[in-house]
Design a protein around this ligand. Sequence first.
Ligand code: PRP
Ligand code: ZN
Ligand code: MG
Length: 210
Amino acid sequence: MKNLKIAIQKSGRLNEKSVLLLKNCGLDFENYKSSLITTVANFSLEILFLRDDDIPGYVEQGIADLGIVGENVIEETRSQVQYLQRLGFGRCTLKIALPKDSPVDRLEDLNGKSIATSYPNILQNFLNEYKIKADIQEISGSVEIAPGLGLSDAICDIVSTGGTLKSNGLKPFVDVASSEAILIAREGIEENPIICELLQRIQSVLRAKE
Ligand code: PRP
Ligand code: ZN
Ligand code: MG
């Protein structure tokens, strides 16, 4: 039988815990060094190391069968994938944040302001809900630098420890969404016996942690 493929983050917040989860399931493989694909020695599975933003798309298109990725990225990309299991790590909040000395005080003060973000779809939904018209500046990373450079009045980005906000002179303003790591699968594959086996192992690892 052909190996299944699981996509995980190459580097970043979710990489280490994704690798640890798979290792705790008894899978024998090497973590990402320079090869972007690795074969598990004792299970019918290959691991793809990708940018998190690309993972839902790979799974939606069936290039990967499974993926481990933040709910924030799934929502933003509006991918048609199945949620197999919430994984309980990678918890974070998508927040609008402001420069420490910002005059913005209430939500409606964001009218006419510009907000830099890598999550334009989620942010636009949020602004629509509160009938706020702001200008969304889409950038793909290092969003926290934007207000200091005069690119935007505010940002909307993932906050985990809050360290990145703090070291860039920003303060949290309002929560937009919360997120954690999710095991996703492409549509129609859930009956596959290898996936059932892996899912059972993952669930027993999660139970052992409770
Ligand atoms: C998020 C966000 C910040 C960082 C915040 O990045 O973009 O860079 O985490 O974490 P902190 O509050 O603990 O400082 P993410 O891990 O989602 O990676 P990416 O933006 O590179 O995909
Ligand atoms: Zn990313
Ligand atoms: Mg980031």
